[in-house]
Design a protein around this ligand. Structure first.
Ligand SMILES: [Mg+2]
Length: 130
């Protein structure tokens, strides 16, 4: 199984418009870490350590970056993102199109299980040959 660098967006991906954590976030972070993947959190509006700490996810996060909102690949260098994103989870399609990943819905209903689908997609990629 490959061990991947997994990059999560924050707003409307992990933290929804009402300030609440998306369903299943903690268990998915736990599982990813247990599987040996590295979790990174990036955002177009800043370093989000405090938000992750507030939601008790900080302990799972390897590092934080500012996310390029355009010219995504070139932007990695500009924003000093020193780890390549193997898999991104984002509600902005352009980010997912630029890398491998999962385009997540920005709407979360009370039964939202989308992060479990993310976990499944990551498992699938990790078990494929390079
Ligand atoms: Mg977002």
């Amino acid at each position: 199984m490959r061990q991947l660098n997994i990059f999560f967006d924050v707003d409307n991906t992990l933290i929804m418009w009402d300030g609440k954590l998306r369903n299943h976030a903690k268990e998915v972070f736990e599982q990813l870490q247990a599987d040996g993947h590295k979790i990174f959190v990036w955002s177009g509006v800043g370093i989000r350590r405090w938000d992750m700490r507030r939601h008790k996810l900080d302990e799972y996060v390897e590092d934080y970056f500012l996310k390029p909102l355009q010219d995504h690949h070139e932007g990695l260098k500009t924003f000093d993102v020193h780890t390549f994103p193997d898999f991104v989870i984002d509600d902005h399609k352009s980010v997912v199109d630029a890398f491998e990943g999962y385009h997540i819905s920005d709407m979360a209903d009370p039964d939202d299980r989308e992060l479990l689908d993310v976990l499944e997609a990551i498992n699938k990629m990790a078990s494929e040959d390079e």
